[in-house]
Design a protein. Structure first.
Length: 365
């Protein structure tokens, strides 16, 4: 077992570190009024943050709850939001010093919310396995954790962290945020993404020891297994459910599925995979076409494309690069023009950059 890491909290009690974290956390959000105000008085907020951290006086703010419709899962989710300062900044600081410790034991195919991984890594793994190993990927299993974020035990989580981190001051600060979530972890907190990924680390290691599981990917609480034998995957599914309940206090959703990959495409991270081709999931395709129609209608009416529309559609168009989509691009993207979309995004980015430079200049003055 690797040695536990200490002195994480000490790394946060540093003005240069605080300044760098504030600037990093503010990237892409400089137009927000609250963040613009902080950047305009950067030195002042660095000093205020230093005082909070040095005196260990941080008290998590009461979150503001907002209900949004998640189109990917087709259900409403309660998102908890806290102010950028001090809560957001403190969370970014904690993740920054904690990240190397968490990454040290992170399973290579745990991909959600991890820089350099994400859905692309899941996509690559599943498509490669299906294409190159037909015998080892005859069957697929799709598993999901029921009510994952709200069901995470704060005490189990902090004990798991304590097996990696021996800094009591840092652990107290983390636990104060966990308690402020009001049960489980909060969807919307930056630090909770990392903690939720970390909580399932023992499950990742356990799954790869099970007979019949040849390939595994996990995107937060969505697990995809590939193997050569249907009975072994069914047995593995039962053992995984028992492990989740016994070791983590979690339950598996009842909508798990095990099926032959020769008759049905594997569904993961917004795509559907077969041995020969990859397509968008139906709901993703429908959202994409609706978005294209709205933008095209706006152009036909002589109205300019907004930054949100352009950046959103470019993101959707980027998804098409990773599947068989030539006809879709010709029908929906080409009439709008990728160049037009990029120009809108580029102009807005330049405007925001100029605003940021003026704010930094004002803060330095």
């Amino acid at each position: 077992m690797p040695k536990r890491v200490g002195y994480l909290y000490d790394k946060m009690v540093d003005r240069d570190f605080i300044r760098a974290v504030i600037l990093e956390a503010a990237k892409g959000r400089q137009s927000r009024k609250d963040i613009a105000r902080i950047l305009a008085d950067l030195d002042g907020y660095v000093e205020k943050t230093y005082e909070i951290v040095a005196t260990e006086s941080f008290v998590p703010s009461e979150p503001r709850v907002r209900e949004i419709y998640d189109e990917s899962s087709e259900k409403f989710r309660k998102i908890k939001m806290v102010p950028f300062w001090p809560d957001g900044v403190i969370q970014w600081m904690m993740v920054t010093v904690m990240k190397p410790v968490l990454m040290r034991g992170m399973h290579p195919w745990s991909c959600a919310s991890i820089p350099g991984r994400g859905g692309k890594r899941v996509h690559k793994k599943i498509s490669s396995a299906l294409r190159n190993d037909p015998k080892g990927t005859k069957y697929a299993a799709e598993l999901d954790v029921a009510q994952y974020y709200p069901s995470i035990s704060g005490r189990r989580l902090i004990w798991a962290l304590a097996r990696k981190i021996k800094d009591k001051r840092f652990l107290r600060a983390v636990y104060s945020i966990i308690e402020s979530c009001g049960g489980g972890l909060a969807i919307g907190y930056y630090i909770c993404q990392w903690l939720a990924n970390f909580y399932l680390e023992p499950l990742d290691r356990y799954i790869m020891t099970l007979p019949g599981v040849k390939y595994m990917t996990r995107y937060m609480d969505n697990i995809t297994l590939l193997g050569p034998n249907k009975k072994q995957l069914h047995k593995a599914r039962k053992m995984i459910a028992a492990f989740m309940q016994r070791q983590l206090g979690l339950s598996m959703k009842a909508n798990w599925q095990i099926y032959p990959t020769a008759k049905r495409m594997v569904s993961a991270v917004g795509y559907r995979f077969s041995r020969t081709h990859i397509i968008l999931r139906k709901r993703n395709f429908l959202r994409f076409t609706r978005q294209c129609r709205r933008v095209k209608k706006r152009l036909d009416a002589g109205k300019p494309i907004t930054f949100a529309q352009a950046s959103g559609l470019l993101s959707r168009a980027g998804q098409l690069k990773h599947c068989n989509s030539q006809k879709i691009r010709e029908k929906y993207i080409d009439p709008i023009g990728v160049r037009n979309l990029k120009e809108v995004v580029r102009n807005e980015s330049k405007r925001r950059q100029c605003t940021q430079q003026r704010l930094y200049a004002g803060g330095a003055a």
